[in-house]
Design a protein around this ligand. Structure first.
Ligand SMILES: Cc1cc2nc3c(=O)[nH]c(=O)nc-3n(C[C@H](O)[C@H](O)[C@H](O)COP(=O)(O)OP(=O)(O)OC[C@H]3O[C@@H](n4cnc5c(N)ncnc54)[C@H](O)[C@@H]3O)c2cc1C
Length: 451
């Protein structure tokens, strides 16, 4: 049977674009459909615009520190309009880069929504049909609004980059990394931020000591964080949003942002009709090679809801191409993925939390929390944390957790050592780089706890 293409990719985000490009480079005839903007979540409404906002939000702190270091420095007003225009120009530029990557590698693109017609056929929104030997689902995910009366008055991370003006007051609902990052960003930009989270502590799933310190620092930086608190209902009231909460309060905010979870983009795709198995959250179920229950159909990235990070979607896309087009079956390895949370201070983490490691066997915990030199000189109360979780038997470092400015940069490198199976003694043998914050990671001699 002959097909129009060897591969048809649905979704031009991190996973889809990478898979399309490397498959084309491997000699495959490839097409890709994107219904919105090329680059997907990461480039258009995730990592990239968020990180640029993180940078923007850090300047008031830098200027305060500059004063403490003897500079006659004064911060003026933040011009959201100027920043937003520049931000969107940058996102336009990046969209062009992504289109070029595809075009230059011979991938045919369709600016259209696609759905499945059968195991080898994709139907585009203009009604045309394309056949392919393999189909790759890379449709990503979308934020979910909670089922609260008046929820339609709120926004999500998708809209926050497009606000006409920065609000004076904002409530952020949620305790995951997106909620916490935006609480810090908006706080840094001068918005009075309140954060409600129904759980007992933000950043569920991460090391408890590390997330505890992030929460403390966020509060110290002025974020009005309420744990164990949810929204009951919202209503419009004199140009503001009146929010009734489970803690018995009724408060008014200019904007409410929901960061209460995301759902894979699988609705209306024709997947169930075809027999592609989906999980409870609508995610496409795949095996270790990203193959779905229909052999010709694969899925990578957030649409599979495995580990929703850009570099993971990219890895999955590349492993798929290696498996299907290079004759080299490559399972996707989701172990020991280093990751960063761009709160203020940042958190970088790789491997097991103390709590997870404790459940697996005897451990030693090495940790130190201190005021870093730079911030301490500037009179800031900020503390940082360096922590290693070590297996008592093998001496391997099972987890590394850093809460500090620049933790994202540090954890990338620590991640290599942890991934290579470094022991605590390997860390100890490494000479410190002085004077730095990260030198503490190789100079912790005695465990603070064993468990
Ligand atoms: C606010 C925010 C911040 C984030 N920050 C980070 C971070 O700091 N670091 C990190 O690693 N990750 C971060 N992420 C996660 C990261 O963005 C995602 O994991 C990554 O983009 C997933 O890539 P993907 O290819 O699976 O999907 P996406 O990038 O979402 O791409 C999917 C594409 O498919 C298109 N599409 C959907 N349905 C169809 C259809 N039927 N037909 C045609 N096209 C379709 C969509 O328009 C979209 O462009 C963040 C996410 C958010 C929301």
């Amino acid at each position: 049977m002959s097909f129009d293409y060897d591969l048809f990719v649905i979704g031009g985000g991190s996973g889809g674009v990478r898979a399309a490009r490397v498959a084309a480079q491997a000699g495959a005839k490839v097409a890709l459909a994107e219904e919105d903007r090329y680059g997907g979540t990461c480039v258009q409404r995730g990592c990239v615009p968020k990180k640029l906002m993180v940078f923007a939000s850090e300047y008031p702190g830098h200027v305060e520190d500059a004063k403490a270091y003897g500079w006659d420095a004064q911060i003026g007003d933040f011009c959201w309009d100027a920043f937003r225009s520049k931000l969107h120009a940058e996102l336009d530029r990046l969209e062009g880069v992504y289109r070029n990557i595809l075009g230059n590698n011979g991938v045919e693109t369709f600016d259209a929504r696609a759905r499945l017609a059968d195991a080898h056929t994709v139907e585009l929104s203009d009604g045309s049909r394309k056949t392919a030997k393999h189909i790759l689902l890379a449709m990503g995910g979308w934020p979910v609004l909670p089922e609260i009366k008046g929820a339609d008055l709120g926004i999500t991370s998708n809209e926050v980059f497009h606000l006409d003006e920065l609000p004076e007051t904002m409530l952020i609902l949620g305790g995951g990394y997106i909620a916490c990052e935006f609480a810090c960003i908006l706080n840094g930009l001068g918005v009075k931020v309140t954060q409600y989270y129904r759980g007992a502590q933000i950043l569920r799933g991460f090391d408890e000591e590390a997330r505890g310190l992030v929460a403390e620092e966020m509060q110290q930086n002025g974020i009005d964080l309420h744990l164990g608190t949810n929204i009951l209902e919202m209503a419009e009231d004199g140009g503001k949003i009146r929010v009734k909460a489970t803690n018995g309060t009724e408060r008014h905010f200019d904007k409410v942002m929901f960061a209460t979870g995301r759902r894979p983009n699988t609705a209306g795709m024709g997947l169930e009709d075809l027999g592609v198995k989906l999980g409870r959250n609508g995610e496409v179920l795949v095996d270790e090679y990203s193959q779905t229950s229909i052999p010709s159909i694969y899925a990578v990235g957030d649409v599979t809801d495995r580990m929703n990070l850009t570099p993971v979607a990219i890895r999955e896309g590349m492993a798929f191409v290696e498996t299907v087009f290079n004759g080299n079956p490559t399972p996707v390895d989701h172990a020991l993925v280093p990751t960063a949370i761009f709160t203020q201070p940042e958190m970088g983490t790789v491997g097991l939390s103390e709590e997870e490691a404790r459940d697996q066997g005897p451990i030693e915990v090495y940790a130190t929390s201190f005021k870093p030199m730079r911030e301490s000189f500037a009179g800031r109360a900020q503390r940082v944390l360096m922590k290693l979780v070590v297996c008592a038997d093998t001496r391997r470092v099972l987890g590394c957790h850093i809460v500090a400015p620049g933790a994202g940069e540090m954890i990338q490198l620590a991640g290599i050592a942890v991934r290579m199976g470094a022991t605590k003694e390997d860390f100890d043998r490494t000479v410190a780089v002085h004077p730095t914050m990260s030198e503490e990671i190789v100079t912790m001699r005695e465990p603070v706890r064993t468990a």
